[in-house]
Design a protein around this ligand. Structure first.
Ligand code: ATP
Length: 131
């Protein structure tokens, strides 16, 4: 084993140990997925495994690497995602369940953003009709 100035040593403890390691945030990998089971059935989501895998790959894959790795590789985390599909097909359900799984906040629909999208599409349609 070779230890250089680029070597990171990450200390981990088992949950039952009661020991909390602090001040190694830069080196430690994200623990948002530790002991989280991605079982869509148990989350009450049916038939969206492919969509979930896509969301996972795009939004969360980069977050499993420690910050020093993502910084060096210039990887930027995805911070937002626009889900689009027909009404009632599980977009909100999926966002809500993923949020719960990550101990995040309840998803909110930004009405101004939705309005902006509608106006943009409307504007494009007017331009097409005018041609
Ligand atoms: N794949 C699914 N598995 C289980 N329940 C689902 C699924 N898709 C939709 N539902 C149920 O149907 C209802 C509507 O779903 P949801 O609100 O997530 O749809 P949506 O795509 O966000 O709709 P909208 O575009 O109208 O906001 C919810 O009660 C949800 O639990």
């Amino acid at each position: 084993m070779v230890i250089s100035s680029d070597t990171y040593i990450v200390f981990e403890t088992s949950n039952a140990s009661g020991i909390k390691i602090v001040n190694q945030r830069e080196a430690a990998s994200s623990n948002i997925f530790r002991q989280k089971e991605f079982n869509l059935q148990s989350l009450g989501i049916g038939g969206l495994s492919a969509e979930f895998a896509d969301i996972f790959r795009r939004a969360f894959a980069s977050r499993v690497f420690p910050p020093h790795v993502t910084n060096k590789l210039g990887i930027k985390h995805v911070k937002g995602m626009l889900l689009y599909e027909l009404p009632g097909t599980g977009k909100t359900l999926m966002a809500r369940q993923i949020g719960k799984m990550l101990n995040g906040r309840e998803p909110k629909v930004c009405i101004w953003f939705v309005l902006f999208i509608y106006l943009s599409v409307f504007h494009q349609m007017i331009k097409l009709i005018a041609l």
